[in-house]
Design a protein around this ligand. Structure first.
Ligand SMILES: *Cc1c(COP(=O)(O)O)cnc(C)c1O
Length: 223
């Protein structure tokens, strides 16, 4: 697991260098995507200083969060597709949800969020490359979904997330930056932009990413 500490340190070094080179003014959060990786991998990253973790599967997030409850300063980010029958697990264990793409899911999360956990921070997932098989809302539906979500008391609208189609990252990131500006004109606090993964995050930074989600670069390939 020593390797994880080294990979993390390298990732932060790269991130800092890129931020300086591009004069990025806002702090950028690195989310370590630990999906499919064992608890020991999360603990190794935690011991190396990492506090933000991303998970794709509701049950896996709930299990890891419960087993690591003693690590109270971890923030869990749910970044995967979310079905209605799994919202409770996420409402009870996540700190952030990046993949909101339906009002119904948001309403269930709002109802199921335990008051003691405080507001659940949410991002709207945009299907920015307009891929038929992909999750996310059309860009043209962003403001209406944002308006509905902003009435839900247990949710806090924090911004946008996207996963561009392979090979189309740059145009997608540029479009996301414009959407984020538009969203912030109506909701100034919704300034987070979650985009960029292990192989395209430097490009995402250029277009204003505030959260990058790195799995492979930290934990190695998934089997
Ligand atoms: C798996 C996953 C990542 C991490 O991908 P890597 O290429 O391993 O960095 C980031 N975001 C989402 C939504 C994912 O599903």
């Amino acid at each position: 697991m020593n390797n994880i500490a080294e990979q993390l340190s390298l990732a932060y070094q790269n991130l800092n260098e890129k931020c300086q080179a591009q004069a990025v003014s806002k702090p950028v959060q690195l989310i370590a995507v630990s999906k499919t990786k064992p608890l020991q991998a999360v603990i190794a990253a935690y011991q190396a200083g990492q506090r933000q973790f991303g998970e794709n599967y509701p049950q896996e997030l709930a299990d890891k969060a419960a087993q690591l409850a003693a690590y109270a300063d971890i923030s869990w980010h749910f970044i995967g597709p979310l079905q209605s029958n799994k919202t409770k697990l996420v409402a009870e264990h996540a700190d952030w949800v990046h993949s909101i793409d339906r009002l119904k899911i948001a309403q269930r999360l709002n109802e199921q969020r335990p008051a003691a956990k405080g507001k659940l921070k949410v991002l709207l997932q945009i299907n920015i490359s307009a891929e038929q098989s992909k999750a996310g809302i059309a860009a043209s539906d962003m403001l209406s979904l944002a308006a509905s979500i902003s009435t839900l008391p247990q949710l806090e609208l924090k911004g946008l997330m996207a996963i561009p189609a392979p090979g189309h990252s740059e145009s997608a990131f540029a479009a996301m930056q414009q959407l984020s500006i538009q969203l912030q004109q109506h909701y100034p606090q919704a300034s987070e932009l979650s985009m960029g993964m292990s192989d395209d995050w430097p490009l995402a930074l250029i277009y204003g990413a505030t959260m990058i989600r790195l799995g492979t670069a930290i934990f190695g390939a998934r089997s």
